[in-house]
Structures are given as structure tokens and as C-alpha cells.
Design a protein around this ligand. Structure first.
Ligand code: PHE
Length: 522
């Protein structure tokens, strides 16, 4: 109000140090007062009632000792006052002086009083040499207390600073002008137009707060995609742009039949061990698969067929019907391939013609239609393995899997596909190494050159599905299916420079890290 009234009366305030705040004990020019004034100025500025410029100054303030000198005189003055004039009474010994004025004052004051010629020795004691003194230290400090500075100049100020009687402070003062909304009323402007204001007509005279179109607003927090999901999206896009369709992969629980038997994985295969696979205790057993297909699969295992000798080992229905958490998404691929071969088996397929095949037709052309339609399928989803957990292994991870079915595909097609696919993921140098999978022949491990590690690292597994798997499903003999799989975690950890899987998945993951993780582009 003082600022507004002063502006109203004088138009401007040239120097806020000249404002006297009523009822305040401090001098207007003091640092504290200017801070109070600054608060008021900023509040008025935000309502555009005023404008101001600030000016920097350095000012001086008294220390506690300096303030004591202003009230009681300097140490030297107190020493002088305590002593008798020469020839008028008994001189005081240094011990007596200490008793009278205190240790500190006696010690500091004596030296300075001697230097000023105010006191002298008389025998063993001390006496006044002059009848009156001028206590310049006290006078200087009084001036500093009220003005923040000394007319005498920097040399004296420096001396007082050295004596720790004053300290230097950076200060501010202000020049103030009227703003575009200047008024002497500090009533807060309205922020909302209310029904009451409309009915009473108060809106006509009210002042309204201006809209701040530059305000950034309260940040809104939405969900954030986990890095694994971001990489999944990138890989999904690669598949989609290559014409692949996504397979449904929602069944985490599979039977031994679909996870292993349908893929021609021998029933004694170590991957089926309790150490490698999680089995369900309740329910323990799956519903039976379609009986004729089941028969063809069990026969090819036990006795062979389709040109194969089979495993020649007794078939276990119990092993086949065990429920488990799928150990690979190839279990889902098997379901899909079985479905893809439905027409070839002579089943009537309604409605979903071309569901996964984009309506593509058989490439053989001239022969009669055997119902086969080529397909390119992919999935990216979770699998579970009973692994010993360490920095790079958890009991669950994501698999990326691609499957291509067409007539007369060769290993060269598979290699060509993978080169294109990994290239799109930013991996230019790939190498293939013969490997073994129970369900593919030939099988290839895929290696990529890691420029940062400066070596070849394994990135995936692939192969041509065996006829022992495809033919019991009902595919014509010339249909070949190849596939490849890789983990989602590996490329994600490389992309985000993570070397411990636990910082990516699980309770140690930092939510903030997830929120701030950048988008990924291969
Ligand atoms: N299922 C294989 C794995 O778990 C990957 C794979 C998929 C291999 C398709 C060949 C064909 O590693």
C-alpha cells in the first residue's frame, strides 16, 4: 500500500531506500527493509500494477561487537573512561583495569588507547593523559548503522572490516513506476466469473486477473511403456512391414503335446525335465487333442512314418497330456500351423479364409487346389523356463518368433529372410552356424557381430521344420515351413545399455527409469 500510495502521490519512486515503512524500527535503507519491499514489488508486478528496476549495491552492517560499540563506546574509549586523570587519584594496575572493564576490552582497548595517546604509564599503573576524547570508532559505526556506508571512505571501512566490527553485504534497491493496471487498491483481482457476479452486476466493476497463456500448467503423468514393450513395438513393425501377421499367443499354459510332441521333440528329451520346465500341479492334465491328429503324432514318434524311422521308444500318454508353462512360443506356432493345414486335411474352414494368409494363393498354380495357403506369421510373447537366475537369466523372458510357410522353400530362403530381418533391426553382419533342434532340420544358430564388444554374439536360433512335424498336421509334401526365434530381452538390454536383467524386469526396476526411457528406433 505504501508503494502504491507513494506512486500515486509522486508518479515514481526513484529510490526505495527513501521509503519509510510506518511502524518499523529498522532504517528504510537496511537490507531487511529492501527485502520486504522487494516482496511487495513482485506481488504488484505480477498484477501489472507496477514496474521496477533493481540496482545492486554493496552495503555494510554491524557485527554484534560493532553494535555493542555503538551503544557502549569503543574498547579504547571504555579503557580511557575507566582510568583516573594523571595526578587525580591512584593509577590502575593492568590487573585492576581488567577487573573493571573485562578481559577483552582491557586487552584490545589498552593498545589502541596508547596508540591514540589517550592514556599513559604512571609508575606501575595507567592514567588518562587527555581530558576528553573523540570516539571515532563509535561515530563511524553509528554512521554505518544508519546509512550502510561511510562518507570517510573505503580505507576506514576496510579497517573496520578487519577489526570484525562490520561486514560487507550485497544489497539491492529499486526504482518503481506505475504499471498498466496501476491503482491504489490492492484488492485481489477476480479469477473466475461467477453466477453471483452476473446476477448482481458486480462483473461490471470487477477487475479480472489476466489469462497467462505462457503458463506451462501442471504436468500430467500418464502411463509409460516399458523398454521391453518399446522394443517389442519396433520388432512388431518390422514383421508387419514384411507382410507378417501376428499369431495369438495368450495361452501361457500348454500341454506337453503342443509344446513338445507336435514338434517331434522326443518324450525323453532333457528339455522336458522338471529342471527345465515348470509343470502345473492343478490341473495336472490337459484336455485331449483331436484324436486322429494325436494318433498320427504318437505314431510318428513311436514307429515313424512320412519317411522317418521315428524314435522307436514307447509312447507315454501321461507325458503328452501334462500341463506346463510353455517353454517356447513355437508351441503357439504349432497350433497355428495345425490350423493353417485344416483345409489340406479336408476340414471345412468357415469365415477365416485368409485370416493369416492375406488371401494369398498356392504358388504351385497348375495342380488342383489342395487347400494350402502360404503364410507369414510372427509372435512376440512370454515363455517360461526353470532356469537358475543370474544377471542375464530369469525364469521368464520374451521370445520373438517368425514362421514362413510356402511350397518349395529352401534354406536359402530362410537365410535370406533372416538377413533382411536382422538388417532392419540394425544388425548388418550376421553369420549362421549349423545347430541342432529336435523339430528343425537343418537348424542354424544366428550370430551377429557386436561392434562394441568387437566379437560375434549368438542372437537367435532357426531352422526348417521337420516333415515329422508338418506332415502329421496334414500339409502337402512340397510345403516347407521355416522359422526363427530370438529373445526380446537381448536386443533391449543392448539398446538401453543394461547389463543386468534385474534392472529391466522385477522389483528392482526404477519406475523413473522406465518413465524416462527413450523411444527406440533400429
Ligand atoms: N523355439 C526355438 C527356441 O526356443 C526358436 C526356433 C523357432 C527355432 C522356430 C526354430 C524355428 O530357441
Amino acid at each position: 500500500q505504501l508503494v502504491l500510495d507513494t506512486l500515486d502521490a509522486h508518479g515514481t519512486i526513484a529510490d526505495t531506500r527513501l521509503l519509510t515503512i510506518p511502524g518499523q524500527s529498522l532504517p528504510a535503507s537496511s537490507h531487511e527493509e529492501q527485502i520486504t519491499i522487494l516482496g511487495a514489488l513482485n506481488s504488484l508486478l505480477s498484477r501489472e500494477m507496477i514496474k521496477y528496476e533493481s540496482h545492486e549495491i554493496s552495503s555494510h552492517a554491524l557485527t554484534a561487537e560493532g553494535a555493542q560499540i555503538v551503544n557502549e563506546g569503543s574498547h579504547e574509549a571504555r579503557v580511557w573512561a575507566a582510568l583516573p586523570a594523571k595526578g587525580h587519584g591512584k593509577p590502575l594496575t593492568p590487573v585492576q583495569l581488567k577487573k573493571q572493564v573485562g578481559d577483552e576490552t582491557a586487552k584490545v582497548g589498552q593498545g589502541r588507547a596508547f596508540k591514540n595517546g589517550w592514556i599513559g604509564k604512571d609508575g606501575d599503573g595507567l592514567v588518562k593523559l587527555v581530558p576528553a576524547i573523540q570516539d571515532t570508532t563509535q561515530i563511524d559505526l553509528q554512521e554505518i548503522a544508519s546509512t550502510g556506508t561511510l562518507k570517510a571512505g573505503e580505507k576506514t571501512l576496510a579497517d573496520l572490516r578487519k577489526r570484525k566490527l562490520i561486514v560487507q553485504r550485497k544489497g539491492q534497491w529499486f526504482t518503481v513506476h506505475k504499471g498498466s493496471n496501476f491503482s491504489t487498491s490492492t484488492a485481489k483481482p477476480e479469477t473466475d466469473l461467477t453466477v453471483d457476479m452476473l446476477t448482481s452486476g458486480a462483473w461490471k466493476t470487477s477487475t479480472f486477473k489476466k489469462y497467462n497463456f505462457d503458463a506451462e500448467g501442471v504436468p500430467t503423468y500418464g502411463g509409460a511403456l516399458h523398454p521391453l514393450l518399446k522394443v517389442r513395438e519396433e520388432i512388431r513393425n518390422i514383421f508387419l512391414e514384411m507382410g507378417f501377421a501376428e499369431m495369438p499367443t495368450s495361452s501361457f499354459v500348454e500341454s506337453g503335446f503342443w509344446c513338445f510332441d507336435a514338434l517331434f521333440v522326443p518324450q525323453q528329451h532333457p528339455a522336458r525335465d522338471l529342471q527345465d520346465t515348470f509343470y502345473l500341479s492343478d490341473p495336472k492334465q490337459s484336455l485331449p487333442p483331436e484324436p486322429e491328429y494325436y494318433k498320427r503324432v504318437s505314431t510318428v514318434h513311436e514307429h515313424g512314418g512320412f519317411g522317418s524311422t521315428g524314435y522307436r521308444a514307447p509312447w507315454s500318454h501321461e507325458e503328452s497330456s501334462k500341463l506346463l508353462l510353455r517353454t517356447h512360443t513355437t508351441a503357439s506356432s504349432a497350433h497355428m500351423l495345425y490350423k493353417l493345414a485344416a483345409k489340406c486335411r479336408g476340414e471345412k474352414v468357415e469365415g477365416d479364409e485368409g485370416e493369416f494368409t492375406h488371401g494369398a494363393t498356392s504358388t504351385s498354380g497348375d495342380e488342383k487346389d489342395d487347400g494350402f495357403r502360404p503364410a507369414k506369421l510372427f509372435s512376440i510373447d512370454r515363455v517360461f523356463r526353470n532356469e537358475t537366475m543370474d544377471a542375464t537369466h530369469l525364469a521368464e523372458f520374451h521370445q520373438v518368433e517368425g514362421v514362413v510357410a510356402d511350397r518349395g522353400l529352401t534354406l536359402a530362403d530362410l537365410i535370406g529372410f533372416m538377413r533382411v530381418f536382422f538388417n532392419k533391426m540394425g544388425i548388418e553382419k550376421v553369420r549362421f552356424k549349423p545347430a541342432y533342434n529336435p523339430y528343425t532340420e537343418p537348424s542354424l544358430e544366428i550370430f551377429a557381430f557386436h561392434p562394441m564388444l568387437d566379437r560375434w554374439v549368438e542372437v537367435g536360433n532357426s531352422g526348417m521344420f521337420r516333415p515329422e512335424m508338418l506332415e502329421p498336421m496334414g500339409f502337402p509334401k512340397d510345403v516347407r515351413v521355416h522359422g526363427w526365434g530370438l529373445s526380446l530381452e537381448r536386443p533391449t538390454m543392448i539398446r538401453y545399455g543394461i547389463n543386468n536383467i534385474r534392472t529391466l524386469v522385477g522389483h528392482k526396476v526404477s519406475i523413473e527409469g522406465i518413465e524416462n526411457s527413450p523411444a527406440v528406433m533400429f
